[in-house]
Every structure is written in structure tokens, then in C-alpha cells.
Write a protein of this length. Structure first.
Length: 455
């Protein structure tokens, strides 16, 4: 059998085996990313965490705002004397109370700043979670696509070695071959059948991961995308963009802000505080002893100056200072880690390009060698084992090409992630960008308790 006819039959068999997939709508990387973005529980959880952090701003701002409350209380008394009930005094009182801190040495202002920085941290954690989710989707996408390509390659090998086994058996039947040729072909066929089963299991596992992340089963996949336009022109530009835009860098800066506010808040413990209060009330008592109605009003103030706190305040300040130093050290570490990630992703792209070129050359040469060995075997100058070995070399080269192509896509998206551009907005995904900013703006309204807060 000629190699060209054999390869054509193998491709036809693979096409038939994947016919169900070929009929469905092609699922691009962009579509998978958009579906996963809308589906991801991790992103939903990050948004909820950011909304929780936004509420801390409101709680902090309340420290310098009035507290107004109204109360009503009353009672009725009666006594049993000489076998009969005697009405006692009854009372009813109302009160409108007001209290407000007017000075706390900047503690509330520092607490508000810390809360706002915390809300910014939580918002940036949405972006961090977004990048993580989208990169996981790309990995799952490529695992499915690569697994299916390898599975198709294994199927081609099965068809090829079956044909070689039949050819060896035919030559043995006419006295031109040996039982050794048949046994070698049978052994190779068993090996590729086992490899096919292993690849099938890997594909099923990859498809399950894809479905968990994306929320739907993978269809016909393709590596084509237009996100190469987002790749910086050179490594230095990539590093510069990462140091400015990466959410990890911005998060580290916000964490420093929060730590600095924590120092200010702790230091305010050494300063005085002042507050005012007032109340307006009515009272009624009767009928026993006669009614005593009246209106009462009271205004007061309070000034407090700390003298000694048993070392608690000084310890809190030292602790806050250490926390600020720690946040600055974490920021330096974040810079180093992100720079490392950019360099690794950049070199990964270069390495993948070189691997693709080498693999393409390997596939081309292995094809030529296989065709030549088959012709020489048919002429009697080569053995079946030579053909089997040549096919194995071709398979290895094709596997290398599949893996190198996958690595190129993964390295591209890894670089986008390392530079902070693996986001729904940067990728122009057809989704509504998840953010807690509108919620934060709404709850910062001092009259928010009288309005409906968006979910």
C-alpha cells in the first residue's frame, strides 16, 4: 500500500470519528472566555467580597456623624388591698436623643481612609480573580484541543499499523515476509491502541474541566485569536506596562495606603476626643398622686484626654508601623514576582516559536523518510521494522508540533496576564464587566439608609 493512500484513509477515518464535533458551531477562545466570565463563581464571590468591603466605608464614616434615636416607654401599676385592686401610678415618657463625636484626633478620618483603601484592594482582587479565571479557561481550552489532536494522531497510528500488520501478513502468506515482521507489527499496533485509550481518558478529563470552568461542553475548538495585538513590542515595554497596570502592583500600593491609615488610626489613640449630646423628652404620670406632665431638655458635652492605657496604645502604634513595613516589603516582592512572570512568559513565546519551527522541519523530513522507507521495503531493501520505526519518528515529530503550538498560545496568554491585560475589558469580551464600584459609590451616600442600594 502506498503511503499517500494510507494517509488519506487515516485522515478519512479520523474525520468520520470526529464527525459529530465537526457539525457543531465552532467555539473560539473568545467565546469560551466570555462564557466563563459570566459563569465563574470565583468572580461572583470576589464581587461580593468587594461589596462587603464597601460597607466598611459607611461604618467608618458613621464615627463622626450624628446618632439620632427616639424612644417611648411607659408603665401601669396596681395593688391588691383588702381583697380589691387599687389603681396605682401610670406613666408615659418619650425621648428624642442626639449624640455626635466632634473631634477624635483624626481616628475616624484614618479609619475612613483605611476602609477606602480596603475597598480598592477588594476591587483589584476582582481583577486578580478575573485574570486567574481567564487563564485557567485558556489552559482548559488548550488541554481539550491538544488532547483531541493527539487522540486523532493516535487513531491515525492505529490505522497505519493495522495496514502494516495486514501488509506483513500478506507478504508472509505469499512467502515474501517472515513471522518476525508480523509479530513486530502486532506489538506496535497493541502499543498504539493502548496510547489511544490513554489519550481518550485524558480528553474526557480535560473536557470535564472545561465544562466546569465555562459552564458548557467544549465544541469544535480553534487556536485562532487576534490577541497578539495586545503583546508589547519588546521585553522592556512589557515589563514597564506590568509595573504600571498589573492589578498585583496596584493592589500592593493600595495595601500600603491601608497600612499607613492604620498607623494614623493607632496614633490617634494618644490624642483627646470630644463629643456632644442632647435629648428632648416628655413625661406624663397619673392618675394616682395627680398628673405631673412636663417637657425636659438636656444638652451636654464630653472631653476625654488619655493619660495611661497600660501600654495598649503604644503597642498598637508599633504594631501598625510593623504592618506598614510589611506591606512595603510585600510590594517589593510583588514587583519582583511580576517582573519574573513577564520574563518567563516572554521567553516562553520565543522558545515556543523555535520549537514550532523545529517541529515543522521534523514533520517534513520524517514524512519524506517514511515514504522512502516504505518504497524501499516494497523493493525488499528495507524491513517492516524500518517502516515501523520511521512511523514512530513521524509520530514523535507531529506530537512535538502539536505541543509546541499549544505552548505558544499558553505563553501568549501568560504574557497578557503578566502585563495585567488578561481582562474582559482589554480583550473586548462581549460581557458586562464585573465591578463593585457603582455599589461603593452608592453606599458612600450619607443618606443611603433612606434609599435602595443596588445589588
Amino acid at each position: 500500500m502506498k503511503f499517500g493512500a494510507l494517509l488519506g484513509a487515516s485522515v478519512l477515518a479520523v474525520a468520520l470519528s470526529w464527525g459529530g464535533t465537526a457539525q457543531v458551531h465552532a467555539q473560539s477562545i473568545s467565546e469560551a472566555l466570555a462564557a466563563a466570565y459570566d459563569h465563574s463563581p470565583d468572580l461572583q464571590a470576589a464581587v461580593l467580597d468587594a461589596k462587603v468591603s464597601a460597607e466598611r466605608i459607611v461604618q467608618a464614616k458613621s464615627g463622626m456623624l450624628p446618632n439620632i434615636s427616639a424612644s417611648v416607654s411607659g408603665g401601669y401599676g396596681s395593688s391588691l388591698i383588702g381583697g380589691s385592686w387599687t389603681p396605682g401610678a401610670s406613666s408615659l415618657s418619650t425621648s428624642l436623643d442626639y449624640a455626635q463625636n466632634i473631634f477624635d484626633s483624626g481616628a475616624t478620618a484614618a479609619q475612613i481612609e483605611a476602609a477606602r483603601a480596603g475597598a480598592e484592594v477588594a476591587e483589584l482582587q476582582i481583577r486578580t480573580a478575573e485574570q486567574s479565571v481567564l487563564y485557567q479557561v485558556v489552559q482548559a481550552y488548550m488541554n481539550v484541543l491538544t488532547g483531541r489532536q493527539l487522540l486523532a494522531l493516535r487513531q491515525e497510528n492505529i490505522n497505519f499499523f493495522r495496514a502494516q500488520l495486514q501488509s506483513a501478513q500478506d507478504r508472509l502468506d505469499v512467502g515474501e515476509g517472515t513471522r518476525i515482521d508480523v509479530a513486530q507489527a502486532q506489538a506496535r499496533l497493541a502499543q498504539v491502541q493502548a496510547a489511544f485509550q490513554a489519550s481518550s481518558g485524558s480528553v474526557q478529563s480535560a473536557e470535564a474541566t472545561f465544562e466546569r470552568l465555562v459552564g458548557r461542553r467544549p465544541q469544535a475548538l480553534s487556536t485562532s485569536h487576534n490577541y497578539g495585538r495586545l503583546i508589547p513590542g519588546n521585553l522592556d515595554v512589557a515589563i514597564s506596562e506590568a509595573e504600571v497596570d498589573h492589578p498585583g502592583i496596584l493592589l500592593a500600593k493600595a495595601a500600603i495606603r491601608a497600612a499607613q491609615a492604620g498607623v494614623d488610626q493607632a496614633s490617634a489613640g494618644f490624642g483627646p476626643t470630644a463629643g456632644i449630646s442632647g435629648s428632648l423628652g416628655t413625661s406624663w404620670t397619673g392618675p394616682a398622686g395627680g398628673a405631673r406632665d412636663g417637657i425636659t431638655a438636656q444638652v451636654g458635652f464630653r472631653i476625654s484626654v488619655p493619660i495611661y492605657s497600660g501600654g495598649r496604645t503604644g503597642s498598637a502604634v508599633r504594631q501598625a508601623n510593623l504592618g506598614q513595613i510589611r506591606s512595603e516589603v510585600d510590594a517589593l516582592s510583588a514587583y519582583d514576582q511580576i517582573r519574573e512572570a513577564v520574563i518567563a512568559a516572554w521567553t516562553g513565546i520565543q522558545s515556543a516559536d523555535a520549537q514550532i519551527n523545529a517541529a515543522q522541519a521534523g514533520v517534513s523530513s520524517s514524512n519524506t523518510v517514511l515514504e522512502g522507507v516504505i518504497q524501499e521495503r516494497d523493493l525488499g531493501t528495507r524491513t517492516t521494522l524500518d517502516v515501523l520505526n520511521a512511523q514512530a519518528d513521524l509520530t514523535t515529530a507531529r506530537e512535538s508540533l502539536i505541543n509546541a503550538s499549544s505552548n505558544k498560545v499558553l505563553a501568549t496568554f501568560a504574557l497578557l496576564s503578566a502585563t495585567g491585560r488578561l481582562t474582559a475589558a482589554e480583550l473586548a469580551l462581549p460581557v458586562q464587566v464585573k465591578t463593585a464600584v457603582p455599589y461603593t459609590q452608592a453606599v458612600e451616600d450619607v443618606w443611603q439608609e433612606l434609599r435602595t442600594i443596588p445589588e
